[in-house]
Design a protein around this ligand. Structure first.
Ligand code: FMN
Length: 190
């Protein structure tokens, strides 16, 4: 496990084959051993694969257009940009939308969000040990209420924490290393 913590990399390119559902279940089961205050286990997963990706990708593109990241016109440049984004997203074997029920109390909200993040990292580490790659993404459409509605989530009730791209790695990026932790530790003794 210590080796995996250091050697896991975020994966940006995936082989075309899907990961067997039993393996995905195992990965998310490890994820679910994350610490969770009051045993709330706040994580929920919408797993998009195969034909299921089409609706998600359409919703992502419509959201990018609403936000203004992609133009909403019929110009060749726009059409080509949409086509290449669609192809890129379609080629990722699985997309997992990780969400949780919002809490009004800010302390509770942070507890739930923190726990979901721990769930994601546990899942990433388990995936790595099983040869599966992931990319943890946070993107602007996660703040677009219409996007929530389009994928069947009530934006007032639910919060998307991340979208995970999942599959077998095609290319493993090099280790960018980390800042020496000594630079981050301030020892206070009195
Ligand atoms: C909360 C969070 C959001 C991230 N969002 C993105 C993203 O949207 N796109 C992306 O390419 N990488 C994203 N990453 C991955 C980081 O870029 C990556 O962890 C970092 O470059 C270190 O690489 P490593 O994970 O391979 O060690 C995200 C990571 C975290 C923790």
């Amino acid at each position: 496990m210590l080796h995996t913590i250091k050697n896991r990399r975020s994966i940006h390119t995936f082989k075309p084959e899907e990961v067997d559902f039993e393996i995905l279940k195992e990965i998310f089961t490890y994820g679910s051993y994350a610490p969770t205050h009051y045993m709330k286990e706040p994580w929920e997963i919408k797993l998009y694969q195969g034909e299921g990706k089409v609706h998600l990708i359409e919703a992502i593109i419509r959201s990018y257009q609403r936000i203004g990241m992609i133009k909403d016109n019929q110009e060749l440049k726009t059409i080509q940009m949409i086509q290449s984004l669609k192809k890129f997203l379609q080629e990722i074997p699985h997309h997992a939308v990780i969400y949780f029920k919002k809490e009004e109390d800010p302390v509770r909200y942070e507890e739930e969000y923190a726990s979901v993040c721990a769930f994601i990292q546990n899942a990433q580490l388990a995936a790595w040990e099983l040869g599966v790659g992931m990319l943890w993404t946070i993107t602007p459409y996660m703040h677009d209420p219409e996007f929530y509605s389009e994928i069947g989530l009530e934006p007032k009730e639910m919060k998307i924490a991340a979208v995970l791209q999942i599959g077998y790695p095609k290319k493993i990026p090099h280790d960018k290393g980390r800042t020496s932790i000594e630079k981050k530790i301030e020892i206070i003794t009195k």
